[in-house]
Write a protein that binds this ligand. Structure first.
Ligand code: PFF
Length: 487
């Protein structure tokens, strides 16, 4: 059977770029930059982009495109047992999507609530009490919170209808979301940087402190962020690239995706810090007191700042619509990675596969809609992204660099690409990236054993470890029939 194809190269690029651009660009990158040396952080970040980000994008694009297979069969055609690497990538993606869709749900709630800006008087209690109904510890699970549950359901229905016809439906969605999100994003940048006090915020964001570069923590933050931000290690880009013709340009695509994601991150920082500068000025507090990351930034601090603006309701809607859209494009790309693998292996219709995957992922996400949902999300997110994801990265490099042959893949990339990549790429894949990622994993492990993550109770920490170890065991136990070797 003929493999499905993206209608145009631009659609593929849209899909890959929108998978990469997500919550991480908005709620993590700006804060990391502010915390780790301001403008100076761009240096380790750009180095991480060139040393690890773009080479891994090239690896995943090349693998999917050359072998014309999703992650599992692509790795299995290098060596049968390597199918486990593909499964592991999918499991990481599955875990991430089960909570990522919940955050998309929160953003949806905020989007609809924006009309009345109900968080105006107390953003903290609005988020934690009115929306999440958060309990006082992870041990008090309580019950499902109906509004969050419904928001999650709506998110999943939207996700389902974006992937149910594969590249056909994904193409339609990204052709709409890219221009819409683009316009909203530009409008939001203009609004933020023209606010009174925004310059103070921007100077906090970007004022370089080069001494930060001597701290290994800063470099670890840069490399970890690149990994999550570019969506490498989830099988997504392998799946997306497998719908390209084998002759598509790879190096240029990788550079476009890497650079677009980075630009978006830097500009998102203008929105975040421009607005925080405005709030700090309006309330006469130092910016250090308001800077934050993660859910605390997107759903507590930033809504506060929005509520102080003229036309608060309008700009709140704008901001949360951007969050919904970027979370959405990232979320369905993870489903597409899984669907592609099942499609490679069975003759089941795509609509059915997508439905089953969405329903299972929805059900798995229910735990995050309980009163203790945010705690569970925090623990699982921490463990999976600190360990399993990086392990996938290391294993991918070993499989391609040492077994498939880095040079063999590089020769293929150069055959189809305008920009030729040199032997430095082999070095990155075979040595540099595995060594750097191993260093990060070991450093994080030492920290982990020194003190329990965020002082969660022991059972929660165990749960975190189970979410790391179980996917490994299962991934490498799944039997693999031999697959046709790639060309
Ligand atoms: N890259 C997304 C972000 O920065 O938020 C997260 C993500 C989306 C990771 C899709 C993986 C993925 F497949």
């Amino acid at each position: 059977m003929q493999r499905e194809r993206w209608p145009t190269r631009l659609t593929f690029l849209f899909a890959a770029v929108t998978s990469a651009i997500g919550l991480g660009n908005v709620w993590r990158f700006p804060y990391l930059t502010y915390k780790y040396g301001g403008g100076a952080f761009l240096l380790p970040y750009l180095i991480a982009l060139v040393v690890a980000g773009i080479p891994l994008l090239i690896l995943e694009f090349a693998l999917g495109q050359k072998l014309q297979k999703g992650a599992v069969d692509a790795f299995a055609s290098i060596k049968r047992r390597f199918s486990g690497i593909g499964w592991l990538a999918l499991f990481v993606g599955f875990i991430v999507i089960s909570y990522y869709a919940v955050v998309m749900g929160w953003a949806l709630i905020y989007f609809f609530a924006s009309v009345g800006v109900p968080w105006k008087s107390d953003t903290k209690s609005y988020f934690f009490s009115n929306v999440l109904h958060l309990s006082d510890s992870i041990s008090s699970i309580g019950t499902i919170v109906p509004a969050v549950f419904i928001a999650l359901l709506i998110s999943w229905i939207a996700i389902y209808f974006s992937v149910w016809k594969g590249t056909k439906s994904v193409s339609k969605v990204v052709n709409w979301t890219v221009p819409i999100a683009g316009i909203l994003f530009i409008a939001m940048i203009i609004r933020s940087v023209t606010l009174n006090g925004s310059l103070t915020g921007l100077s906090f964001y970007l004022k370089p402190d080069f001494s930060a570069l001597l701290d290994s923590e800063v470099w670890i933050a840069a490399f970890s962020q690149i990994f999550f931000s570019l969506s490498v290690g989830f099988g997504v880009l392998i799946a997306y690239a497998s719908f390209n013709k084998p002759t598509n340009d790879i190096a240029k695509n990788a550079v476009i995706v890497g650079v677009s994601d980075t630009l978006f991150s830097i500009l998102a920082g203008f929105i975040i810090f421009g607005t925080l500068g405005f709030m700090a000025t309006a309330q006469n507090v130092p910016i250090e007191q308001v800077a934050a990351s993660g859910p605390g930034l997107a759903f507590v601090v930033f809504p506060k700042a929005l509520s102080l603006m003229p036309f608060a309701a309008f700009f709140s809607m704008l901001f949360f619509l951007i969050l919904v859209v970027i979370a959405y494009d990232s979320a369905f790309s993870l489903v597409e990675a899984i669907d592609t693998v099942v499609m490679d292996k069975t003759k089941i219709r795509r609509e059915i596969i997508a439905l089953v995957v969405c329903v299972i992922a929805f059900l798995s996400g229910i735990i995050f809609t309980t009163n203790a949902g945010l705690y569970f999300l925090d623990v699982i997110d921490h463990f999976v992204n600190s360990y399993t994801l990086l392990a996938v990265g290391i294993l991918q490099c070993i499989a391609v660099g040492w077994v498939f042959g880095a040079d063999k893949l590089r020769v293929y990339v150069n055959k189809v690409s305008d920009i030729k990549i040199g032997k430095w790429w082999n070095f990155m894949i075979k040595y540099a990236i595995p060594v750097i990622l191993t260093f990060i994993v070991v450093t994080q492990l030492t920290k982990e054993f020194a003190a329990p993550y965020e002082n969660y109770p022991q059972w929660a920490i165990w749960l975190g470890w189970v979410s790391v170890v179980a996917p490994f065991v299962i991934a490498f136990l799944i039997p693999q029939k031999s697959v046709q070797k790639g060309q």
